[in-house]
Write a protein that binds this ligand. Sequence first.
Ligand SMILES: CC(=O)[C@@H](O)[C@H](O)COP(=O)(O)O
Length: 257
Amino acid sequence: MSDTLKIGPYEFQSRLLLGTGKFSDLKIQDQAVQASEAQVLTFAIRRLPIDNPDAPNFLETVDLKKFTLLPNTAGAYTVEEAVRIARLAKASGLCDMIKVEVIGDPKTLLPDPVGTLEATKILVEEGFIVLPYTSDDPILARKLQEAGAAAVMPGASPIGSGQGIVNPNNLRFIIEEAKVPIIVDAGIGGPADAALAMELGADGVLLNTAVAGAQDPVLMAEAFKLAVIAGRKGFLAGRIPKKRYASASSPVEGMIE
Ligand SMILES: CC(=O)[C@@H](O)[C@H](O)COP(=O)(O)O
């Protein structure tokens, strides 16, 4: 039975999405991407060296037939900036999906909830396939879906913090209500965090720092690939409920006295 991740018209075998912002060099990034078996790569439109065609450019190292690009509006602090960057991304013809990021605060890099919702509404109206990066607020996640988001991307914890999932309960509420894929994005520290997100029922995980900043990014990318697969299988298999007390592994009925 196929178990694919469907976002708008797109369908993916892999539920691990990889960010490309923080790799020390493009060769390591390329190897890590291969090891992760991710099919979706996100990148900041603002970081493309548009004004310097000779500068190293990650797009040149990516086999565009093999990967789906998910441009993002990283660096935007206002709705206007995010919308402008999204239009630029669409005009480049790279992809009609856009990861909307409207940051509300430079210290925590937490999203501006009002701006994120507004930018999502505008871009959906303009025909974009919108994936908003949002806080782990269940009400906001619902409103983003109502606004037409193709997937919702709640943060596990602040971007680059590696704190993992700080509020699993909120993620659970979001996932329970979701009618579009929920992709846990930002703050993932290690493979166990990704597995937990998937066990909670998330449809996917997006991360960057945990792989790019690892001592061995390529090995870590493979570890995340396996963690996401394990978490997904664990979710589908249905875990046992937690109990307060022990229950013996060997039933006592029928035992020889
Ligand atoms: C919202 C955002 O920018 C994230 O997608 C980021 O790229 C990944 O977060 P981590 O670096 O914490 O994995």
